[in-house]
Design a protein around this ligand. Structure first.
Ligand code: PLP
Length: 395
């Protein structure tokens, strides 16, 4: 099927929750992806951070193929070998002692919210309130939608689950003001992705950590978009010299397979007892085998260091563009999670880049967002910067 036919069928049969670009992707390899008409693109958005090891990495394909032939699904009534190994691997590279597996970022956050409430219910006085940050994005289920402090996603879906309060990002005084005797957790992204690549300041996150310790409030970090190497550290919290109590992961974890994970310290994790939370597909053998392969590739190909180095290289190119074009107001981010703030909406730029074979995206209307695969080479970055320069010069 060519692009046009897929688009026609989609219009007819698929619910219109996405304002989709009228092309259908067909095949991917490394940093490149091809649409159904055979047009090639350099992928600098990588499935909004999912394809961090590139498209169809041979190690991921091999792991999935081999697991497919052994065991495709198994209920969580039983132990699942790759799930156990993945939990061990994630605990070894992070602050965590225990992991709960689900299938997406929103589900990982749902589990974190439930865990925090359950933990809070065991502390003296019933504690269930969670403070989240303005501009945050935590998912589209009803609880994570309420945790997401942006009304544009919430319109028409109320009434919502009570127990969420919003505070300004990077403002400890604001967080303290929102805290009450009912607060069980503060939840935030160390770098807000959908909110426009807003980086938590060192003082804010460090002082927030201390404050949460003192008040026995859990610190939940949503690293669904910024975690697993993207920022030039395995986890974004490692830039701050702190550790959270709970962290959520998803997007790149399965190398393209759907998986979510909620990681926690033992003290917190023990609030979940048998029967308190579950997921039919969570931690299934296929997704976990892919995730084990993902972690192996990240280690073997030094992708965390590479994200840092390539991120710096990309930033130099973008800085040059910023000097050249006054409509670029600011550059933000860490590693290979970068945003360019424009003086006007960026949709037209995204479309023009795509016409020239470069996939990027725009968030909060004016922020061009770059989330290239961590495997990109300097020549790919040169190519992307050149396309951006051409597009900018013709606006
Ligand atoms: C920080 C963050 N948390 C949660 C989510 C939700 O993840 P999912 O779409 O897999 O449910 C996203 C998705 O963009 C995200 O960026």
């Amino acid at each position: 099927m060519n692009n046009r036919r897929v688009v026609r069928l989609d219009k007819k049969y698929v619910m219109h929750t996405y304002s989709r670009i009228p092309i259908a992707m067909e095949r991917g390899e490394g940093v490149r992806i091809w649409d159904s008409d055979g047009k090639e693109y350099l992928d600098f958005i990588s499935g909004i951070g999912v394809n961090a090891v590139g498209h169809c990495h041979p190690e991921i394909v091999k792991a999935v193929e081999s697991q497919l032939k052994r065991l495709l699904h198994c209920s969580n009534l039983y132990h699942i070998n790759p799930q156990t190994k993945l939990a061990e691997a994630l605990c070894e590279v992070s602050f965590a002692d225990k992991v709960f597996f689900s299938n997406s970022g929103a589900e990982a956050n749902e589990a974190a919210i439930k865990l925090a409430r359950r933990f809070g219910s065991k502390l003296g006085g019933r504690r269930y309130e969670i403070i989240t940050m303005k501009g945050s994005f935590h998912g589209r289920t009803l609880a994570t939608l309420k945790a997401t402090a942006q009304t544009k996603y919430q319109n028409g879906f109320g009434p919502f689950l009570p127990g969420f309060k919003y505070a300004p990002f990077n403002d400890l005084k604001g967080v303290k003001k929102a805290i009450s005797s009912k607060t069980c957790a503060v939840m935030l992204e160390p770098i807000q992705g959908e909110g426009g690549i807003n980086v938590a300041s060192e003082t804010f996150l460090r002082e927030l950590r201390q404050f949460c310790h003192k008040e026995e409030i859990l610190l939940i970090l949503d690293e669904v978009q910024c975690g697993l190497g993207r920022t030039g550290k395995m986890f974004a919290y490692q830039h701050y010299g702190i550790e959270p109590d709970v962290m959520t992961l998803a997007k790149p974890l399965g190398g393209g397979m759907p998986i979510g994970a909620t990681l926690a310290k033992e003290k917190v994790a023990s609030a979940f007892e048998p029967g308190t939370h579950a997921s039919t597909f969570g931690g299934n053998p296929l997704a976990c085998s892919a995730a084990l392969a993902f972690l192996k590739v990240v280690r073997k190909e030094n992708l965390v260091e590479k994200a840092r180095e390539r991120g710096n290289y990309f930033r130099v190119g973008l800085e040059e563009l910023k000097k050249k074009y006054s409509f670029i107001k600011a550059m933000r981010g860490k590693g290979l999670m970068i945003g360019l703030e424009l003086g006007f909406p960026g949709k037209d730029i995204v479309n023009r880049c795509r016409d020239r074979g470069l996939l990027i995206n725009c968030t909060m209307e004016k922020i061009l967002r770059f989330l290239p695969p961590l495997i990109i080479e300097e020549r790919d970055i040169d190519e992307a910067v050149k396309i951006l320069d051409t597009v900018f010069s013709r606006l």
